[in-house]
Design a protein around this ligand. Sequence first.
Ligand code: ADP
Ligand code: MG
Length: 712
Amino acid sequence: MPLNMFSKVEDIKGVGPKTREIMEKSGIVTVRDLLYYLPRTYENFTNVTTLSEIRPGKVVIRGKISELRIIKTKRRNFTITEGVIHDKTDAIRVIWFNQPYRVKQFDKDKDYYFTGTYDYKGGRYQLTSPRAELASEVDKAIENGFKPIYSVKGSFKSENFKRIFETLRPEFAFIPDLLPVSKSSPDFVKPGARADALFKAHFAEDEKEVKEARKYLAYEELFELILAANLNKKENQKLRASVIPFDAEKIRQVVEKLPFDLTNAQRRAAFEIFKDLEKNVPMNRLLQGDVGSGKTAVAALAAFAAANAGYQVAFLAPTAILASQHADSLNNLLAPLGVSVALLTGATKNKPALKARIKSGAVDLVVGTHALITDDTEFKKLALCIIDEQHRFGVNQRQKLLAKTVTSATASVISRVAKTADLENPDFASIKKPLAPHLLMMTATPIPRSLQLAIFGDLDVSTLNELPKGRQPVVTKIINEINFTDDLYPKVREYLASGQQVYWICRTIEDSSRSETISVKKQAEKLKNIFKDRTVTFLHGRMKTEEKDKIMSDFSSGKIDILVSTTVVEVGVNVPNANLMVIMDADGYGLAQLHQLRGRVGRGKNSAICYLVSPDDAEPARRLKVLEKSNDGFYLAEADLKLRGPGEIYGSLQHGAMSLQFASLTNSKLISAASNEAKKSAEEFAKHPEELQNYPELAFSIKKYQQLTTLN
Ligand code: ADP
Ligand code: MG
């Protein structure tokens, strides 16, 4: 009998309420969730290396440990635990960062397995931060020497998962198939393939089986994603949008008012958008362009086109700081042409009055934060939604924005349809072509080409692949705190003396005993002492909106010399006179985020410099070195993909709403190949969406993707 994938985990023998609770924390509720909870990695105890033969790379060794001690470093609260591992043949150095408990963990007379990477760091070979397990326990627990390791939370151990899967072992054969098998399916998609892959994932006996399992599971995931995108695109075609005619003469007037010449890339993108707006099908377009490539100007043209045609535009920004900045610049540009621009954020005074004006149609362009999408904001003739830094918005927020279109009846149908995979829904068919706004999403986090199809298969993409003329690349330097006095401070003085301003980024707001990082408050104090004749101010996300706005506008107008800030300035903020940035504790950020931060400087004609501060003891992380070398967001996105895997990239794009769980375990080449295979098969399947009712589990899993990738 097929296994019921949607049974609750507590129906499994041996899973009590406590285990259930712990599992829920890892997102495991049903049997299906559990089966798809794949091992994070596998340890291969059949390949134990003796120390005399150890080579750099991933290693498993077995030995005793001695000479453990904690080394205090110059950095506050940053410790290194050091020791020596020895077996009968030789001895090596081992270190852990910030794991002082390691000193007490070991019995010096007992053998342990150590699993980790052996490499050359800080002038010598060492094993860094390995996992350690008592050898006698491992030997007892494993029969074949190949052991799955599950990510765990709290007191739950990887072994607990292992035990539960043992209980389920006989059931694996009854796991039902998920994917349709067709002419265009690859060979490995065949009846029983899914059961086989899941079994191999949890009971792998060697690397080969792990690979086979991952290959199938990655394909399955990509198929779902691409099918969802396909169906979304079809649904979009069933919606109706307001036609916004292209008024060449008026657009030319706006372009002439811009204080610069558009780049060719900006012209091309604007043109693509205007073409979409002329159609009666909603635009669903992503405008991607590196930081500083001038996406806002393109959006302004689109907004103008809609307002000029008598429609309303909603322009959504992820932070209040950014929203008010956009409102200012759009107002400067468009108000003289008769467009009325308003700002709506949490801090807006007299919201009811403004909302009434929006509802009456008196406001043409509303710029705002998510306050814009609270339920009681209504539009009269909303025809275009622009979402800046779209990856910063959750899916629900985007869906809410959609519901702002003309009639609430159609909106509710749309959202209902969006929630179901059933395209032949009678509700849907009964309302002929519901009205939806055109949608323009903007992002500076480019999606690596190898992932584009899988992730945004249903979006049209315009790319700004060119920076405005005269931009110089931001010089990027990794620096240690020890060199501040000699190298950094003189440079800061130089920039300040020439009338330019400085960003100083810190990770935390306040000092706490648990954190090793310096806070904005403390850093600001420090800098006030060092640069006595300068204005130093700090900024962070927990301040009141008015306060934040005031500081940002003071910084914009040059009243503040050094702005010490958390990453609230990360996205979109534009102060072209600020050209030096210092990022404290740069190791703690991801590549994409660092690139975004760095993008705050070098936005004008002046040369800019960005210092990445890395802790004094450790080797700087690889991604810092990559940043030092390149300013190209697309190159960095590919590099990031290689360093971290797509799961995390997509995760950060979507606020963790989704991750390419299995595909992320494989490399980008494989994803590209699997995407192409899945594309054919998914396209074929999408021709007959009614077929989906024969695949309830597939329907279930694509539902969640369908809501993610688009608004419509
Ligand atoms: P992003 O793509 O990161 O959102 P912005 O739209 O904020 O970039 O633009 C960055 C800066 O470049 C702004 O100061 C903007 O006025 C300026 N800018 C935009 N387009 C051009 C252009 N074609 N030539 C010169 N400067 C431009
Ligand atoms: Mg921007």
